[in-house]
Design a binder for this molecule. Structure first.
Ligand code: MSP
Length: 512
């Protein structure tokens, strides 16, 4: 039986149009999902839309639609984003679906039966934009004298009856849980932030609202709808078919990884494990908080008009270069800046020059000099062995790095091999061996073909389409494209299709 791997993206608020920030979170999940499938795992990759709450209710009112009609209309934009970005999710959940409402209602009963929730009254600050409650101490005074939350969102004073989750009682158990599971929150800097937040003391969490209607009703309490974050977080469990133990995906819980942006870490790393443990469910294995993108040095915002739509980006540069760029440019976990200049420079330097040229020149030499057939392996020299060993080490290295979500380091390791292979061709000069030592020439070309196969195989999760083409050109059959297949050399003599450039240079050269 294959080992299981369950990975989730956040579910996206439907009041916004999909942009590069959403695409980034989904892309990171996609690369891991594809990697794990390639590495022999049974993967469940979940994404979807977060459709309840005051923010969505307001957006629907503004659009002149009832909330259900509004969400039906806008949720597909996120499915479309997934298509444009080449996202290979296995399920797309909407929180307005029946399966989710049933599961979440069940969760509520569990919390109630366990004595983990109680009816009280909430009086405090709330930011609709973040759908978050803030403590007075977290607020600052904005330019117009009003109070704003840590994210810059305006807050309002709310007084209403509310159900509460006894979060305060979970402080020690959470700290113990973090201690026992040192890899639960990543990166480490974020882990430290969460730890100090929890050490600072936790208040009970308001988990129902009465001042609006758009949410999952609290069972037996028609005036209350569930707090949208409780509803939203539970999507990760409801998508497994819980509480049905026979549901096809029942055994995927707990999730292996929740990928989130840094802005929503507190919900995932504090409230979520506490709620799960309170309901007698296992917490997820890991939460990774990535950084935020700015655009050409500026915060992305509708008012600045600099919001980048994934379709425009992919239209301008092509899907695989965009996927490569987003994961290569910034150490995953840090904030980063998106600039056209940086995309073009990576496209032309690393994709067209380093990898594209390596493939093109190696495969054209094969086409011209070995009758377009994969040459046999020769007696290896010291240099051949070093080159091959570097390529063969990639799967093991990448496995470790992807398990730490260190995409940029993984790509750097692959590029070390690509650069070494370019050095190897220059040094071996197979074109000059053609007349003097054709057997050695064939052996050199075979080393190159084998190195390219390893490189293209491990890069498939990042650039599925281009690496698929490269594997076609290397004569690698579909069933020999996973990580395990790298241990089985291809037979000599298989015919290779005529080589074609895979990464064109982008002619919009950065101005110097
Ligand atoms: N609905 C909640 C998540 C609920 S999960 C149970 C939500 N949705 S969101 O649509 O606002 O954001 C989804 C993701 O997009 C978050 O992980 C957020 O960090 C990410 N990004 C939004 N803008 C971003 C950037 N400018 N840069 C990088 N990621 C950003 O929060």
């Amino acid at each position: 039986m294959k080992p299981k791997y369950y990975i989730t993206s956040p579910i996206y608020y439907v009041n916004d149009v999909p942009h590069i920030g959403h695409a980034y979170t989904s892309l990171a999940c996609d690369v891991l999902a594809r990697w794990k499938r390639l590495d022999g795992f049974d993967v469940f990759f979940l994404t979807g839309t977060d459709e309840h709450g005051q923010k969505v209710e307001k957006a629907a009112a503004l659009a002149g639609l009832d909330p259900q009609a509004f969400t039906d209309r806008v949720s597909p934009a996120f499915l479309e984003m997934a298509r444009i970005m080449g996202i290979s999710h296995d399920d797309f959940i909407r929180t307005t679906e029946q399966r989710h409402k049933i599961a979440t209602t069940r969760l509520w009963h569990r919390l109630e039966d366990a004595g983990e929730i109680y009816l009280g009254g909430y009086e405090g600050w709330y930011a609709v934009r973040d759908e978050a409650f803030y403590d007075e101490s977290e607020l600052t005074i904005g330019p117009d004298g009003t109070r704003i939350g840590p994210s810059g969102a305006p807050v309002e004073w709310v007084v209403e009856p509310s159900w509460f989750f006894r979060l305060s009682a979970w402080q020690d158990r959470l700290l113990e849980f973090y201690e026992k599971n040192p890899d639960f929150i990543a990166p480490v800097s974020r882990r430290n932030e969460v730890l100090s937040f929890v050490r600072g003391g936790l208040k009970d969490l308001s988990i129902s609202r009465t001042s609006f209607k758009w949410g999952i009703p609290v069972p037996g309490q028609p005036a209350h709808v569930m707090y949208v974050w409780v509803d939203a977080l539970f999507n990760y469990v409801s998508a497994t078919g819980w509480p049905d133990p026979d549901a096809p995906r029942a055994n995927f819980w707990p999730a292996d990884l929740h990928m989130v942006g840094k802005d929503i870490l507190r919900f995932h790393a504090v409230y979520w494990p506490a709620l799960l443990m309170a309901a007698g469910l296992e917490p997820p294995h890991r939460v990774f908080a990535h950084g935020w993108w700015t655009i050409e040095g500026e915060k992305m915002s509708k008012s600045l008009g600099n919001v980048i739509a994934p379709a425009d980006l992919v239209g301008a540069f092509g899907l695989d270069p965009v996927r490569y760029f987003l994961l290569r440019e910034v150490p995953f976990g840090n904030d980063g800046d998106f600039s056209r200049r940086a995309v073009v420079s990576r496209m032309n330097g690393e994709l067209a020059n380093d990898l594209g040229n390596l493939a093109q020149r190696s495969l054209s030499l094969v086409a011209r000099n070995t009758g377009g057939r994969l040459p046999p392996r020769g007696a290896p020299t010291e240099e051949d062995l070093t080159m091959l060993a570097a390529a063969e080490a990639l799967p093991g290295l990448l496995r470790g790095l992807f398990d730490r979500q260190a995409f940029h380091e993984a790509l750097e390791e692959v590029w070390k091999v690509v650069r070494a292979a370019n050095g190897y061709v220059d040094h071996q000069a197979p074109w000059a061996l053609r007349k003097t030592d054709p057997v050695r020439m064939a052996a050199v070309l075979r080393v190159l073909a084998d190195v390219l196969r390893s490189v293209a195989t491990v890069l498939q999760p990042v650039m599925p389409d281009s690496m698929g083409k490269m594997l076609d050109q290397l004569g690698v059959p579909e069933e020999a494209r996973d990580i395990a297949a790298l241990a089985r050399p291809l037979p000599a003599g298989i015919p290779l299709p005529p080589p074609q450039g895979i990464f064109p240079r982008h002619n919009d050269e950065p101005a110097s």
